[in-house]
Design a protein around this ligand. Structure first.
Ligand code: A2P
Length: 282
């Protein structure tokens, strides 16, 4: 290649960057339906562990005008508020407008990230309590991946119970590995103290494949089996606080059950006993 060619390359127009662009730093595929990825964090972005942001990619060009519009969806931030990068945990929907494309991202690619975090799965929306329950299905585990790495979770509660219901055992791996990794988490061991992770009770269940515990968490609670396995009493507004994040039917069913135990739904402006957020699907 001649010197001339090199100069010509330098003169080439820079590739246009996306608005609110962040760069993908790593991608991990967990199953053919699930993947997680990390991106750079905007220097100005502050958020509370458990919140979500809108992220996405540019859509296809309009067939007539050629114009492209951003294709954005709400994604819980799966990394804690102190992390220098942002992590997300996503489903892959083969004909989904966003995730059919997003599942192909690689390190170095750019995504769009609107730096306006919001959400109700935050400590501020709950009154003080003794035991904190995280109820998740599928990718609804994401906000809890953030909150489980947040020191306040262990400062505020004596016990943290995580239930995660998925169709198949392979869909539990992201959560299971994350929980296992907490034992060696330097910040949490330093801030909360060695053995802080003994506060955690993890209760994964599957519904369409055999695993250590089969069944929907809702059914396992109704029968009392979940409480017996976990060696904790049924929820009470005196001691228990809860956060729910799963598919719509799950959220509604569990909400009704928690109300049945006497828990009241809270919000940022009115902290109470439990909060709910939908796991956002494509
Ligand atoms: P099931 O297999 O019995 O439908 P999805 O992948 O469809 O979002 O579901 C994730 C998990 O949530 C599945 O294990 C599913 O169980 C479970 N699930 C769906 N609806 C409910 C509900 N109303 N209560 C409890 N679990 C539910």
């Amino acid at each position: 290649m001649t010197e001339q060619n090199v100069v010509t390359q330098t003169d080439a127009k820079p590739v246009p960057t996306l608005p609110d662009a962040q760069t993908v730093t790593s991608v991990k595929h967990w199953t053919d339906r699930l993947f997680s990825f990390r991106v750079t964090r905007p220097a100005s972005l502050r958020f509370r562990s458990g919140e979500f942001v809108m992220i996405g990619l540019m859509g296809d060009p309009h067939p007539e005008t050629g114009k492209q519009k951003p294709l954005l969806r709400a994604y819980s931030i799966a990394s804690p508020s102190w992390d220098e990068e942002l992590e997300f945990y996503s489903i892959k929907v083969q004909d989904g407008p966003l995730t059919s494309k997003l599942q192909h991202i690689r390190p170095g690619d750019e995504i769009i990230l609107r730096p306006k975090p919001v959400g109700t799965l935050v400590h501020d929306a709950l009154l003080p309590g003794k035991r904190l329950w995280f109820f998740a299905t599928g990718t609804g585990f994401a906000p809890f991946a953030s909150l489980l790495r947040e020191p306040q979770t262990y400062e505020d509660y004596d016990e943290i119970v995580i239930t995660h219901t998925c169709r198949e055992a392979g869909e539990l791996t992201y959560g299971a590995e994350l929980i296992e990794s907490l034992k060696a988490d330097e910040l949490l061991n330093e801030v909360i103290g060695d053995g802080f992770w003994k506060k955690i009770k993890y209760y994964p269940t599957t519904t369409r494949e055999e695993s250590a515990k089969k069944g929907r968490i809702t059914d396992l609670m109704r029968s009392g089996e979940a409480f017996a396995d976990l060696e904790v009493p049924a929820l009470s507004p005196d001691t228990d606080r809860a956060m729910i994040c799963g598919n719509l039917a799950f959220n509604l069913e569990l909400k009704e059950m928690l109300e049945g135990y006497g828990l009241v739904e809270g919000a940022n402006s009115n902290p109470q006993h439990y909060v709910v957020e939908k796991a956002f699907l494509d």
